[in-house]
Design a protein around this ligand. Sequence first.
Ligand SMILES: C[S@@+](CC[C@H](N)C(=O)[O-])C[C@H]1O[C@@H](n2cnc3c(N)ncnc32)[C@H](O)[C@@H]1O
Length: 345
Amino acid sequence: MNIKKILIDKIKKNGSLNVAEFIEICQFKNDGYYLKNNPIGRDNDFITSPEISQMFGEVLTIFLINFWEKKIKNNFNLVELGPGKGTLLNDILRTSSIKQNFLNSMHLTLIEKNKSLIDIQKKNMNHKNITWCEEFYISNKNIPSIIYSNEFFDCFPVQQFHKKEKWYEKYVNYNEVEQNFTLVSQQVEDKKILTSLEKFEHVKVAEIARSRDEYFELVCAFIKKHKGVFITIDYGYKNPPNHFSLQTIYQHKKTHLFENIGNQDITAHVNFDELIFIANKYNLKVEIFCSQKDFLISCGIQERKKNLQKDKSEEVIKKINAEYDRLVDNSQMGEIFKVLVISCF
Ligand SMILES: C[S@@+](CC[C@H](N)C(=O)[O-])C[C@H]1O[C@@H](n2cnc3c(N)ncnc32)[C@H](O)[C@@H]1O
């Protein structure tokens, strides 16, 4: 059934939907945006760090190998959440050939919901032994896991709140006469939500992503019980900003939430403070929390750039500089993207 029709029927049946329920249907129901097509690439809706430059995956591999050497040095699961076109994993596998022991010790699992992307991943990946799962599941529990994700948690739906004297939540209604969706606000009465909103006392707006927090909690519980480390990279904040971060993108252009229903990317910045809070609840060690710029530089991206540029034409040097800037510059992805590494070790 058409996504717009599902939304209208649901609103007619249940009354209004909160923003998270609306997004969940647009992205993940039937042939919702994230289940049907490939959104990634210059010809599609958006582009991600591994698609911008091979340097991203290469220096991440250096971090993974160092961590493995120090803390694991044996068989392990390498698990990617939301691998997109598989570019990051391909870069990791290619770079891992500098450390054969690491490469030979890994058991690969990819967690992916999108059928078109799974097909692309299978086509792009010539590594034979890969397990695909739609939900977070790792079958081999007797060995530690290195789990990682890039631009995964920003896909989860958020509820939106704003404060006057009291907190209000935004809901989506459908206007039968004008045949369009509208936003309305309702005062928050739910005690559990009001408690969560206490963390936003210094700002006037808040976004809460319950399904994202629950997913992150699953990963924490897994690495606590079965040993492991989780590296997650995404755009986000530690101190809540005083503005909404929900963003909709269609063919690289910003749009409105009610445009291109079921056909556009909908994301929100990740609340890393909440993720760190959950990691602490599981007594996991926060190994790193920093900007993408600091992380990539500490893993050697400047040296890698120089190496790649050696003996290259002016044009190639310029291209590599532009890709580097895109990943590292504070005004581009360097500051807004954060890296969180948590582990049980
Ligand atoms: C923004 S893309 C990033 C892709 C890739 N990591 C990259 O950096 O190019 C998000 C990826 O996560 C997948 N995804 C989103 N939500 C998911 C979920 N709840 N479970 C599994 N995969 C999900 C998408 O299908 C897609 O592969």
